[in-house]
Design a binder for this molecule. Structure first.
Ligand code: GAR
Length: 208
């Protein structure tokens, strides 16, 4: 049973998918804290409704981005978090977090990485004219949306797609693959080999 901390900035539908999967036993883990960098993030309300500690940490209260990330790391470490899930968290993760949770931070991004990193991936996909879009769950490193890839899912881009319809189609897949990736982590079945993440049939001793 792993202890999960989730970082959010907004609506929190991916957080909800993880909360639901924990409750239903599809993730062998428990969300113990949800932290938002925005006071008005609806995900904080989702956390409270699920009986999970919900904290707003205001980046404006810290002199530097590094100091902010140090505060986040301390909050998460104090709660004995094993895994940090970024779920619509719209900031780069800095050294204090990466050092506190080496290979223990996951992110979901609404594109088939390495295509369209950064903001508004769906808009980038539409503007580029790709015919296939999707989402990626990956380990977080110091780069932007560039850590080793765990799972991806593809969706078609349809002729009459708008930003909203494409976003909704991608989100269905996000809510499916993010809990699966978290469960693979919980089972100790992810082994990072360079850029590749090997998904093991059986958990290996010493892996996490
Ligand atoms: C999700 O689509 C997620 O992939 C994206 O923000 C959305 C958050 O939705 N994340 C990024 O773009 C990170 N670069 P949610 O708050 O409803 O889970």
């Amino acid at each position: 049973m792993i202890r999960i901390g989730v970082l959010i900035s907004g609506n929190g539908t991916n957080l909800q998918a993880i909360l639901d999967a924990c409750r239903e036993g599809r993730i062998d883990g428990e969300v113990v804290v949800v932290i938002s960098d925005r006071a008005d993030a609806y995900g904080l309300e989702r956390a409270r409704r699920a009986g999970v500690e919900a904290i707003h940490v205001d980046p404006g209260d810290y002199p530097t981005r590094t100091a902010f990330d140090r505060a986040l790391a301390e909050l998460l470490l104090a709660r004995n978090v094993d895994l940090v899930c970024l779920a619509g968290y719209m900031r780069l993760v800095r050294k204090p977090m990466l050092t506190a949770f080496p290979n223990r931070i996951l992110n979901i991004h609404p594109s088939l990485l390495p295509a369209f990193p950064g903001l508004d991936a769906q808009g980038q996909a539409l503007a580029y004219g790709v015919k296939v879009a999707g989402c990626t769950v990956h380990f977080v490193n110091e780069g932007m949306d560039e850590g080793p890839i765990i799972l991806q899912a593809a969706v078609p881009v349809l002729e009459d797609d708008t930003h909203e319809t494409l976003r909704a189609r991608i989100q269905v897949e996000e809510h499916r693959i993010y809990p699966r990736a978290v469960q693979l982590f919980a089972e100790g079945r992810l082994r990072i080999e360079g850029r590749r993440v090997r998904i093991l049939d059986q958990p290996q001793k010493g892996d996490s």
